[in-house]
Design a protein around this ligand. Sequence first.
Ligand code: ZN
Length: 617
Amino acid sequence: MDSISPAADNAAPAAPAQRTRDQVDDRFKWNLSHIFPDWDAWQRGYDELDRKIAQYAALQGTLKSGPGTLLAALTLSDEIGQLEYRVWYFPSLKYDEDQRDNAINGRRQQVQILAAKGSQAMSWFTPELLAIPIETVRQWMDANAGLAVYRFFIEELYRQQEHVLDEKGEHLLSLANQLSSTPYDIYAALSTADVKHPVITLASGEHTTVTYGHYRAILATNRNQADRASAFRALHGLFANNVNTYASLYNAVMQREWFHAQARGYGSTLDAALHGNNIPPAVVANLIETTKAGTEPLRRYHRLRKRVLGLDTYHVYDTTVPLVEFDRKYSYEDALAGLPASFEVLGPEYSKLLADALSGGWIDVYENPGKRSGAYSAPVYGIHPYMLLNHNDTLDAAFTLAHEMGHSMHTQLSHAHQPFVYAGYTIFVAEVPSTLAEALFLRHMLSRATDERERSVLLQHAIDGIVGTFYTQVMFADYELQAYKLVESGKPVTAETLSEIYFGLLKAYYGDAYDYDDLARITWARIPHFYSTPYYVYQYATCFASSAQLMKALMSGSASDRNAALDRYLTLLKSGGSDHPMTLLQRAGVDLSKPEPVRAVVDQLDVLVTQLENEIA
Ligand SMILES: [Zn+2]
């Protein structure tokens, strides 16, 4: 493997070998004194939060007196919420710096206990409000400007009420809740705690244990197909051995969902899952149908991989190994320096906010012993977002920075332009700005890459992102929908019926691009989110589709078209949770009930695959 390091990068320091936290220069660490100057100040904040919670509890029974008392309760609730952000995140972020610190973990748990006390002390609010007829509350909102701010929030409480049962019914359901997590707990015990990971012998003669992490690593790095095949057979063999148990567990998950849906008066499990965000079920149907009609670039990509990798047969375990060997380092400072140019197209207001984020103290860059793994953006209301990274000079790490910055800018714009009650945004919108930030960063990186191998690596990165965040998630949603239909129509659920559904989907999405292994039929058995979070991941796909359509609008048409698209996009980022996510996206020009957003993903993939074919030719 060779290492290419363009001249421009020579000045930027590489990620240091792991050092203790105090050996890391301050400019690579976040500065939590923006939240509280010290622990004494934090303690005063904590005590104030405690007092405010007690004040709130004392308001019980006052709502029906009129708009003034309702507004007072809402205002105090906002004050509590705002203070809670700071009181929670100070120890929580501090803890993530070094999770071995028991004293800080203790303070963090202290806040969790106070928050639980708070939600109990505030739980009277919703039932007390809902006892007042909506017409009365609407009159109050029409007459009181302060109260009118809360209109969407209040209307939502009444709308959600439609599927809430009477006290007896709710009590019965809450008793059944004790059983709800059991299928997932058994799945986790069977797949993690009690699993005996198999050992395989690689072509090199080395013996290796196929854990889940190691399995992914073998598929992503091992260039010997026979090694990948034996890792695949070993891992899926585990699930094949217990496939009837997995089918029973999955049936238990689905029966639980169907029980709750019926108890609450929904027509289907999908209706129940979508009601919270007010998403029409047609969105999911349209997502699946349009994606299925747009699999040709996906298949072309895999045919290209088969050719470039020089394989006679092409299997599910051949889909992630890199096409090109290229070992460039992406230093943090270099990645950071690329952000202003990447996001320039989002206009001066966005650039100004980005400059604030780069001014220091927002980002915790490097790994150190005890630090939390992964990456996130934490929205500390009233201060600014903090980003945790574990930058290790890989291309993935550079894109992670762009992704988290997309979240942080969204947070900044929402917080600045919305009243507190709508400052947060839902998951249905959250991954739109982060994936759009990645797309803009890719565009920038491609424009400055001078080496055709680097361009190929960048293109593969982008394509794998679309396959993983979009096509795979749509296929999973498709699987869930078909499996739940069995339950809803009273049909038996067996390992064989589930495997038939999954196998049918593999063929529908990948067609003749794959050579199919019998073991691939049971892949459903090992997907954790089927057991943990039903009907959840389709939201990654809808976010990705929204982001693709917005990107297309920002990049094409006349200058005035592009400006209008930018205006709409910034309005979306500024709108937080002030309306239902579908409505907010519609205002930004994205209608998820129509095929266009999904077609934008298909087009994007088509362009990227064509570019990759050209680079490789
Ligand atoms: Zn994200």
